[in-house]
Ligand binder design. Structure first.
Ligand code: 6PG
Length: 241
């Protein structure tokens, strides 16, 4: 694992650095594999990043967008990660719907939707069950409880190691989430963390010893690149460890 930590002065600088990093991965991916694949995180932090990506002139026909987690709500619901990314970015660019791969939230059971998305991923990446395809970029946020994607502390999702997608649970509300082994298969994982409220969790994630089921972001140890991008408010102490 090739881990890099960068503390940026403020959130705009954080967004610009993340944009620069993502853009640097697109051409090489297209040259080597004919496409660029990215999984998006939800929540509020990445919204300005998605707005900035929408302003770029990119080969949209070669870019495929997935989600690393999703609240189990309709795509029109205000909490939908898909809705946020469409409004901030995807509705503003000439990208085909066949290049947009939202997590399905219309199955009667979230577990059925998890299987459906897993099968979609396996077909897209042409892998068999048990194989973990490599996304070019997996974007992640981190909650103030050190969760990432929808891998929440002390939940069953943390124990799922033989699937790409599983069901997460936040306070009794179902989510769909990539499993941590699938996240770790990515060529490049980028955490975007901003805000004073994330500082205590970051301290535990970067502590020499701490329990991964209590601080799930510790589980993210990709074979490829791992970038931790913080603003000063969140990461000023961690960076000097
Ligand atoms: C989600 C996210 C989640 C998010 C963190 C941080 O669906 O909510 O994928 O993992 O990244 O909760 O959220 P903020 O960026 O809003 O702090």
């Amino acid at each position: 694992m090739n881990k890099k930590i960068e503390v940026l002065s403020d959130k705009p600088a954080l967004v610009n650095r993340a944009l620069e990093l993502i853009l640097s991965k697109i051409e090489p991916a297209i040259q080597q594999r004919g496409q660029f694949t990215i999984a998006l995180s939800g929540g509020s932090t990445p919204k300005p990043l998605y707005e900035a990506i929408a302003n770029q002139k990119l080969p949209w026909d070669k870019i495929h967008v997935f989600w690393g987690d999703e609240r189990y709500v309709s795509p029109e619901h205000q909490d939908s990660n898909q809705l946020m990314a469409r409004r901030a970015w995807l509705d503003k660019v000439e990208i085909s719907e066949s290049n947009i791969h939202p997590m399905p939230t219309d199955a009667a059971q979230p577990s059925q939707a998890a299987v459906k998305y897993e099968e979609h991923l396996q077909k897209f990446f042409q892998v068999s069950p048990g194989e973990f395809p490599a996304l070019d970029v997996n974007l992640l946020g981190m909650g103030d409880d050190a969760h990432t994607a929808s891998l929440f502390p002390h939940t069953e999702a943390l124990a799922v190691k033989d699937r790409l997608v599983t069901v997460g649970n936040k306070d009794g509300n179902s989510r769909l989430t990539f499993t941590y082994p699938f996240i770790n298969a990515a060529r490049c994982v980028i955490f975007l963390v901003a805000g004073e409220n994330k500082k205590p969790a970051l301290a535990q994630v970067f502590a020499p010893q701490a329990d991964s089921s209590t601080y799930p972001s510790r589980l993210i140890q990709p074979q490829g690149e791992l970038w931790w991008l913080f603003d000063q408010a969140a990461g000023s102490e961690v960076a000097h460890q």
